[in-house]
Every structure is written in structure tokens, then in C-alpha cells.
Write a new protein. Structure first.
Length: 223
């Protein structure tokens, strides 16, 4: 008799920012989680920043911590969430070619020096986070051609994939943008995107997933 092969557990932390339930970003979140849950041994924890009332403002306490004072209690909670995760996902609508302020504030406050990146200016590598699969899933009203024409897609990838996540040690990063989704004329496109989101959740947490390593090239990462 052969012993049953054990299933490797994988815990995914999903950071989500949108204020209104029943909207397309919420549907994307739900579809992605369905895909995750199709894989045995996988779990998902959703950080709904609006629902939790996360304060995105970089406070005096955050500033004091930057200069060596204790970490704010609410940020220690977020650190613990990240530390116990095996994968990270960020789902949000694009506002002015970037993240909503609430999610950007989460990055500003949570990715602290001495925990996410080295404060030693002589360090050869600044990233301190354990590398794990990281996914950016964003929705937008503009067309893909607009992003490509003005370089918005590359600008967002440079800012998030390289300048933020790779700087902190997360180099296994992939980005997906669901664009041109607004209005009744795009109902079928939204339907197809939801199928894609579910498939992405399934593939992202699959044991057969291939790492998406970022090639930093000559990009200079500055603190």
C-alpha cells in the first residue's frame, strides 16, 4: 500500500482596496479567491482596507519608527500577516495611473526599514523580505492601447514591481491589468476577465507554477 502523498499548504495574503461592494473589483476578488480555493491545501486571508478602516496616513509614530522608535501597534499586525504568508496579492482599481491612496498608504506604512528593506547604506542588497510569489491585479477604465501609447503600463510596473517589491526582496512578481471594463458595452469583456481572474487564482497557487523573476537590469533602486 502506498502512503497518500501529502499536500503542501500555501497561505495567500490578499490586500484589497475598493469602497463599494458589488462592483467589478469586488467580483474580481471573489473570482480570484474561488480559483485559489480549487487547489488543495491553499488558504486565503483578505485584508479589505476599506472595511477594516486602515489609516493610510504616514503618522508621527511612523516617522518616529523610521528614526528608531517602536513600531506602531497596527503596523505590527500587518507585519505578522505578511510574515505568515506564502504569497502576496494586491487587487485594486487604477486611479490616475497608480494605486488608490489607501493601498499606497498601506505600502508606505507597512514596508518599514529594518523589516522590509535594509537601513544600512552599505548593504549590497536592500531587500529583507522572504521572496515569495507576488501578484498585482488591477482594473481600469482606459484601453490597453492608451496604456501602451503613453507608457503607463511600463511606468506602473517600474514603480511597483521594481521600485517597491524587488527593492524589498520580492522578485517573483507578475502583473495583470483588466482594462476597458466600464459600461454596458463592456459587459462581455468583464465576464471574460472574471474567468481569467479565477484561472489566475488557480494557477498562482498551483504547485506547478513557474517563478516570474524580475530582471532589474540597470534600474537603480534608491531609498
Amino acid at each position: 500500500m502506498h502512503e497518500k502523498e501529502s499536500v503542501k499548504e500555501m497561505h495567500t495574503l490578499i490586500i484589497f482596496a475598493h469602497p463599494v461592494e458589488g462592483t467589478f473589483p469586488h467580483a474580481v476578488l471573489q473570482a480570484f479567491v474561488r480559483g485559489i480555493e480549487d487547489n488543495p491545501g491553499t488558504t486565503a486571508e483578505i485584508v479589505d482596507l476599506h472595511q477594516e478602516g486602515f489609516d493610510p496616513r504616514f503618522t508621527q509614530a511612523d516617522h518616529a519608527h523610521f528614526w528608531g522608535e517602536p513600531l506602531p501597534t497596527e503596523i505590527a499586525v500587518e507585519h505578522a500577516r505578511v510574515d505568515r504568508s506564502d504569497a502576496l496579492v494586491f487587487i485594486f482599481p487604477v486611479y490616475w495611473w497608480g494605486m488608490p491612496a489607501l493601498m499606497k498608504g498601506w505600502l508606505d506604512r507597512v514596508l518599514t526599514g529594518g523589516w522590509a528593506w535594509s537601513v544600512d547604506p552599505q548593504a549590497t542588497s536592500r531587500g529583507l523580505l522572504k521572496n515569495r510569489p507576488t501578484l498585482i491585479l488591477a482594473t481600469g477604465g482606459s484601453r490597453k492601447a492608451t496604456y501602451e501609447k503613453y507608457g503607463y503600463d511600463n511606468a506602473m510596473k517600474a514603480q511597483l514591481e521594481v521600485g517597491t517589491f524587488a527593492y524589498c526582496g520580492l522578485t517573483d512578481v507578475e502583473s495583470h491589468y483588466f482594462l476597458d471594463v466600464e459600461g454596458e458595452a463592456n459587459a462581455e469583456r468583464r465576464h471574460l476577465y472574471l474567468k481569467t481572474a479565477e484561472n489566475l487564482g488557480r494557477a498562482f497557487t498551483s504547485p506547478d507554477r513557474t517563478s516570474k523573476c524580475i530582471h532589474q537590469g540597470s534600474v537603480r533602486l534608491s531609498g
